[in-house]
Design a protein around this ligand. Sequence first.
Ligand code: ATP
Length: 190
Amino acid sequence: MLGGIGSGKSTVAREFARRGCPVIDADAIGHELLDAEPHRTRLVETFGEEIIGAEGRVDRRALADCAFASAEAVATLNGILHPPIRQRCQEEIGRHQAKGRGPAIVLDAPLLVEAGLADACDVLVFVECDRSRRFERWARGDRDRAAALEKRENFQISLDMKRQMADYIVGNNSGLSAITEQVARILSAL
Ligand code: ATP
């Protein structure tokens, strides 16, 4: 699943799940890995103790503040987290393949291309959503979240390029029922 921040990737993934597809949530895997060794130590060595929150866990907001400060810092963060995320996703894909259930295995990975996971997919789906609508849905009027969206997206591979890589495009500028139909069409084509 490809698409801009807040384009509706997880929402589309949920529709695939409703139709029996196992979904691998790379975001959740990434969050889990933050506090797993050796990644946690590497993150603290790189970004400092200030990324540790009051409960002794890596504070995602504090980490984002440090990591999205420069292209170099983002590359360092990706260098620490992308290899283990890739490995875990590939293990999960193998696990689901061994079970052999569902019409397709869905990889809901916001940085699928950046993390080197595109080759693990037979088919790429791009979720298309206008920038203004993504800001509206994702930031919900919060100016800090809108600024964060803008800043993060600047460090990612361009949406035009991701769109060109895709085998299918799901338009998500209207209501949820439009997603239902488009996912059904993709599954029947597969
Ligand atoms: P991220 O880049 O953070 O991983 P995402 O691309 O997975 O985001 P979602 O989390 O699926 O995007 O959607 C962003 C927000 O927009 C959510 O609050 C979701 O409920 C809402 N949303 C998605 N699609 C629609 C839609 N068609 N109509 C109304 N709200 C929607």
